[in-house]
Ligand binder design. Structure first.
Ligand code: SF4
Length: 645
């Protein structure tokens, strides 16, 4: 049943907002983020479809992927360059404006946080301070470089105006040269741009405002807490800086309050409390006293939290980037918020600053970022009877999409509850939000009228119209287990931790993802002496792409977990395990009453008819993303088949 947003308390999000005399259809903003959707350094057709889908779903302000204002900045292969963005900005505006969204072009320069790999030029920076991540030493910008930078912002603004976008956002956020000038961490100059660290940003804002005029939106993305209080911008300083910038520029129309710098993760995952910038945003909004609209940013994905921020005077607008990646119809569904596909904040597919250069996407909606290539789930097929075996993410998504397309669907699950591996993963510390995705999938399946049978096994015989998504079982162990040794499979342990006896625990993690690290945290929290062993140089190496690697290491250290790196597990005895150093072969004993095996898994064996389609872990055990992607593909393929019986 659809309710009005008045009933649900979410109405503040649906109210229109005027910026520079232009009307945004709602108080939600899709923030600038790396997508890798470009064509070379231009805005591509895939960008247009990606943004249009969010505008169609009711998003109020679309801020496009940040474009470099000068060719000295080339931070990743498909980073947009403003000089090449004109036609793309026009196309996005034409696609989004009819839906009521404002289109704002983000422009910036990443300075010392970029890379010289593509530009083959030294990085630009206020001072010769090496970047924390790349360790690359930049050059110190001279007067001519600063002039070229200001001219670059001016030229980018000119192109944006010619492209007819609704406005321009100047980037002084986490990955920005303008922030590097604002910060004592990176600006050690003695000239006018060092004695007043706001000078360059104020010049840029004045120049851009002059270029775009009063009738277009000027936004500013500003890091208000660099999480480096010894020299960086602090929450105490930020309101004063913001008030000065808003006052000096004549009129910034909106200011997005962000946290972070080269020293801190810009996009925290589910271990960080959503809405972590609320207090800071409130302080900045008070300081600017209504002279600019203020945008709340910072892991806000739940509609209730976003609506409260507006109702409570924290912000005028809320940046809900991941929420809109997970569900492009976020605003359109506010009347029935339980229908919004939740963002789990696990950053598994949307963080694409990754050496593999992937395209932005989402574990819950793999069509995100693939709008031009993947067909939508919605549509109708000639109706047929379909049987989905397995109620994990692949089976639930298959059943959901089949039902959505008008088929008569039955779903059977051998366990007593739906969810499969999502139930297991949601028990890992900090990953509880994966349970919300399970609940959403199960809720949609029920809402769409799928006949669900749990605690049920079926003999498939030669049935037709079948999708098999029966999941996985524990894989082989490549170490010796001696009599009396206790080895538990991680999935069984997470389902029922009561099976864990007393004594020291060793977590064997040859995979390096969130599971091994999370289980080590879990057993340490239950009072066990815990060791996590990995053949890698780094524990949890697969957490780097999600941004959790450094935090995970800190959490393990705080929990007292011993990190056994470069350690290859050889033998498990009653009371200890033997590992050898991956480089030297030296053997070491580690005390162990229970070994928890977190290795790769294998598809669950079982017969199926030759016409059946397989999905998810039944094909090859991977992540929830592949499970949902393949569940959807199988449903579309089955739905398109001619019914012969
Ligand atoms: S991949 Fe995860 S964190 Fe990213 S938008 Fe999707 S659900 Fe949210």
């Amino acid at each position: 049943m659809t309710h009005s947003t008045q009933d649900t308390g979410l109405r503040p999000l649906t109210l229109p907002l005027r910026l520079a005399g232009r009307r945004a259809a709602s108080r939600t903003l899709f923030g600038p983020h790396v997508t890798n959707l470009g064509t070379g350094r231009a805005i591509g057709e895939a960008h247009v479809a990606y943004y249009e889908r969010r505008a169609e779903g009711g998003c109020g302000v679309i801020v496009t992927e940040t474009a470099s204002v000068h060719e000295s900045d080339w931070p990743y292969e498909r980073a947009p360059l403003a000089a090449e963005c004109g036609p793309g900005w026009t196309a996005i505006t034409r696609a989004c404006r009819p839906h009521g969204a404002l289109v704002v072009a983000s422009i910036g320069h990443t300075g010392s946080q970029g890379t010289s790999a593509y530009s083959q030029q030294a990085l630009w920076a206020p001072s010769r301070v090496p970047d924390v991540a790349s360790r690359e030493l930049p050059m110190e910008m001279e007067a001519a470089h600063i002039r070229a930078l200001i001219d670059g912002f001016d030229e980018a603004a000119r192109i944006a105006v010619e492209s007819d976008v609704d406005g321009v956002e100047v980037d002084a956020g986490q990955y920005a040269l303008l922030r590097q000038f604002l910060s004592g961490l990176t600006n050690q100059r003695n000239d006018a741009y060092g004695t007043d660290r706001t000078a360059l940003l104020r010049e840029v804002l004045s120049s851009v405002r002059k270029r775009i005029g009063e009738g277009r939106v000027l936004g500013l993305r500003l890091s208000c807490d660099e999480l480096a209080p010894w020299a960086g911008i602090t929450p105490e300083q930020a309101p004063g800086i913001a008030a000065r910038l808003v006052g000096d520029s004549g009129n910034i129309d909106y200011l997005t309050v962000v946290r972070g710098s080269a020293l801190a993760t810009a996009r925290p995952d589910s271990h960080t409390e959503p809405g972590f910038n609320i207090g800071l945003c409130r302080d900045v909004r008070e300081a600017v006293s209504g002279a600019a609209a203020v945008v709340l940013q910072g892991s806000v994905v739940d509609p209730e939290q976003a609506a409260s921020a507006i109702a409570d005077g924290v912000a005028d607008l809320v940046e809900l980037t991941r929420a809109h990646i997970a569900d492009a119809d976020f605003v359109a569904k506010l009347g029935s918020p339980e229908r919004i596909r939740p963002c789990t904040l696990t950053n598994q597919k949307c963080g694409v600053r990754d050496v593999r250069n992937p395209v932005v996407s989402c574990i819950g909606d793999p069509r995100s970022g693939h709008e031009t290539g993947d067909p939508p789930s919605e549509g109708t097929d000639p109706p047929r009877r379909a049987l989905v075996v397995g109620g994990g993410p692949a089976g639930l998504e298959a059943a959901r999409v089949l039902a959505l397309r008008g088929h008569d669907v039955r779903l059977v699950e051998r366990e007593a509850e739906l969810g499969g591996m999502l139930n297991v993963a949601a028990r890992i510390p900090g990953r509880a939000r994966l349970g919300a995705l399970r609940d959403w999938l199960a809720g949609e399946v029920i809402r769409l009228g799928v006949e669900v049978s749990t605690s049920t096994e079926v003999d498939l015989g030669d049935k037709t119209g079948v999708i098999v998504a029966t999941g996985s079982v524990a894989g082989p162990r490549n170490y010796l287990v001696h009599d009396g040794a206790v080895v538990l499979d991680v999935v069984g342990l997470l389902r029922d931790p009561r099976g864990l006896g007393p004594g020291p625990v060793v977590v064997h993690d040859p995979v390096g993802d969130a599971v091994g690290v999370g289980v080590a945290e879990l057993v340490a929290a239950r009072g066990h002496a815990a060791t996590i062993i990995s053949q890698d140089l780094v524990i949890g190496t697969r957490l780097a792409p999600t941004g959790d690697l450094a935090d995970a290491t800190a959490r393990l250290r705080r929990a007292g977990v011993t990190l056994a790196k470069r350690s290859v597990l050889r033998e498990v005895f009653a009371g200890h395990v033997v590992v050898t150093d991956a480089y030297t072969g030296t053997a070491t004993d580690i005390p162990c009453s229970t070994l928890i095996h977190c290795g790769h898994r294998l598809p669950r064996p079982g017969a199926f008819p030759s016409s059946a389609l397989l999905a998810g872990d039944r094909v090859a055990p991977r992540t929830v993303h592949e499970a949902i992607l393949e569940g959807r593909r199988a449903a579309l393929e089955l739905g398109a088949r001619t019914v012969t019986a």
